[in-house]
Design a protein around this ligand. Structure first.
Ligand code: ADP
Length: 607
């Protein structure tokens, strides 16, 4: 009867386990619920075993009905424990295959209730042999048979997962086999010793430390949640990128036709003002779409800094021209103070630098009613590094001290009540900050509320001693001055309206033009021997993308027509992508008149 010590140990450990397990925050997995029942079943079994011991010690007669009932309950409970143990493993295996778990659980519950009922009504006798009380009879036989069956299933599970046997989730299975074998041997040597409860307690305990620890489960669930969030974020970025394309395509038509109407002499002056408003509104919309696209790309770590040699003068000239345009009729003085000794050619991402400065300059214009704005650019030379210090100061509304920290949060717009009339999304500075960080630079804000602000950006750029780019500006040429008579352009676009816009824009140059609606048609045109001087190729087309079509064209012997990539997916950095694919140049949709002018001038001008 010494085995009672094991049972009491088991009972103490199980009570502790119940306290620890149920006091912890647990994840709501189905197998966790099964494990909770497993602990409870193990605890009940141990308590019954202690009761049976108390009955024996108190000299209960072998034939006592009470002892027989206690024994039956003990054996039945062990069967329930065993089947729960198996169910736990079956659920884990099923989960991997995403089977219908609910159905399996229902079948399980019905069969366990049935078996338990049958066993309850089958006779169990307690036989007293030489003072030893042994449970015998059909109820015991059938339960032993069921234990044996469970034993076989465990062996089957182990054999099936032999390859992954080192995984800690199989440890309890191996241990249960060993414990079982030990119990069978012990029971044969000394039938009086009942080890069912201590062994179930031991295995339940072991499971806690191998596969059922709530902390480990919680981490698992967090990982799953993170994966799901990543997936959702990816879907969001994709959605935004598609949306941008979808929005840009109709915008292309709006901007394109409004620009054409602006130049049309037949359109009355009065209507031209309205058309100008249409162009401005479309430009605003375009800016918003680009901003949303940029921030989602940055958040998905998809933005790359594309470094190239660039002329700093060109970048700053563009910025000055753009800001002057933005100031337009506002009563603002625009002071420009540029250090003339900045090395002329630097190595870095000029597009992104431009984007950063445009954002800050645009804000200065937006948030300053009167007074002045100053763009100041200086530099510090450290070996071959030029630290650009770009500052934009204004005499605008200023920012409250407590708000400076919030400035770079996305969708954060300060003092909205005062600024309702100023358009904005609250994305500009969030993007700016991220871009500056990506380039390893710094951005500092100083401001006095009601007086004005100063934004200072510092960026390290490598100095290029022997530049490979031309520094001389190509003078802008007006469309009428470009000599393109007799030149022929092929437009490839799956969207008929886009073709119409491109045709109308090309009409300004008196070039001949032709159009097709797919990459395949374009290839056929060339193969049929049609001669073109320039191809404008849309990239996003069904079946065959513009890039694919371009690579097919390259394979045609003797093909040397410049191909310009045309796309509505106009993210910064796209130009570099298309140039690296081998395209001669890149045009973003909506087509900008000046950009088209540049392309025509570069590739078709006969002079
Ligand atoms: P928005 O599209 O609203 O301009 P930004 O991210 O560019 O978004 O700026 C965030 C907020 O910071 C603005 O809404 C404005 O309240 C404030 N802000 C930015 N630049 C200035 C400035 N030069 N002067 C005053 N407030 C500014």
């Amino acid at each position: 009867m010494n085995s009672i010590y094991l049972t009491i140990f088991g009972l103490i450990f199980l009570i502790l386990l119940v306290i620890v397990y149920f006091s912890k925050k647990r994840v709501n997995y189905i197998e966790n619920k099964v494990y909770s029942f497993l602990i409870i079943s193990s605890l009940i079994g141990t308590i019954i075993e202690v009761i049976s011991y108390i009955l024996v010690v108190n000299g209960i007669n072998g034939n006592s009905l009470l002892y027989a009932i206690v024994m039956k309950l003990l054996f039945e409970n062990f069967f329930i424990w065993m089947s729960l143990f198996l169910l736990y493993y079956i659920l884990i295996a099923l989960k991997a295959k995403e089977h219908n778990v609910k159905k399996i659980i229902n079948i399980y519950i019905i069969s366990v209730i049935l078996i338990t009922l049958i066993v309850t009504f089958l006779p169990l006798n307690v036989i007293d042999t030489n003072g030893m009380l042994l449970p015998k009879g059909p109820a015991v036989d059938i339960l032993y048979l069921l234990y044996g069956l469970c034993f076989l299933i465990i062996i089957f599970i182990l054999l099936k997962n032999l390859k992954n046997i080192r995984n800690k989730r199989y440890v309890p299975l191996i241990i249960i086999l060993l414990v079982f074998s030990f119990v069978v041997v012990m029971q044969n040597i000394n039938p009086e010793i009942i080890l069912l409860s201590p062994s179930s307690a031991f295995v339940t305990f072991l499971m806690y430390f191998t596969i059922e620890n709530p902390d480990v489960k919680m981490i698992e669930q967090l990982n799953v949640a993170r994966e799901q969030a990543d997936k959702a974020n990816k879907a969001k970025t994709e959605f935004l990128s598609n949306m941008s394309h979808e929005i840009r395509t109709p915008l292309n038509a709006i901007v394109g036709f409004s620009n054409i109407l602006l130049e049309d002499e037949d359109v009355p002056e009065k209507s031209k003002d309205e058309i100008k408003d249409i162009v401005m509104a479309s430009d605003n919309l375009l800016e918003i779409v680009n901003g949303i696209l940029d921030i989602s790309k940055i958040e998905a770590n998809k933005i790359e800094i594309v470094n190239n040699e660039y002329s700093i003068k060109k970048v700053l000239d563009d910025l000055v021209a753009l800001t002057k345009g933005r100031i337009a009729e506002k009563p603002l003085e625009f002071k420009v103070n540029i250090d003339e000794t900045i090395p002329p050619v630097l190595y870095g991402d000029s597009q992104r630098i431009k984007q950063i400065c445009v954002n800050i300059l645009t804000n200065a214009v937006k948030y300053t009613k009167e007074g002045w704005i100053e763009l100041k650019v200086s530099h510090i030379k450290i070996d071959n590094i030029c630290r650009l210090i770009i500052s934009v100061e204004d005499t605008g509304i200023g920012i409250k001290e407590g708000n400076i920290d919030k400035l770079f949060d996305k969708f954060e717009r300060l003092d909205l009540n005062d600024n309702v009339t100023i358009e904005g999304t609250g994305l500009g500075l969030a993007i700016t900050k991220k871009l500056v960080d990506l380039m390893g630079g710094k951005i500092v804000v100083q401001s006095v509320f009601g007086k004005g602000s100063r934004f200072t950006v510092s960026l390290d750029q490598r100095i290029v001693e022997n530049p490979t780019i031309a520094l001389d500006d190509i003078p802008e040429t007006k469309s009428e001055e470009i000599k393109v008579e007799g030149k022929k352009v092929l437009i490839v676009d799956d969207n008929k309206i886009n073709i119409k816009v491109a045709e109308r824009l090309l009409d300004n140059y008196s070039v001949l033009h032709d159009s097709v609606e797919s990459g395949l048609d374009c290839i056929n045109k060339i193969k049929e021997g049609n001669k073109y001087d320039l191809i404008l190729m849309d990239d996003m087309m069904p079946k065959m993308s513009g890039t694919e079509a371009f690579h097919e064209l390259e394979k045609i012997p003797g093909f040397n027509v410049p191909v310009i990539a045309l796309t509505a997916n106009a993210l910064t950095g796209m130009k570099e992508k298309y140039l690296s694919e081998g395209f001669s140049d890149y045009l973003a949709k909506p087509i900008n008149k000046d950009e088209l002018n540049r392309i025509i001038n570069t590739f078709l001008n006969q002079e």
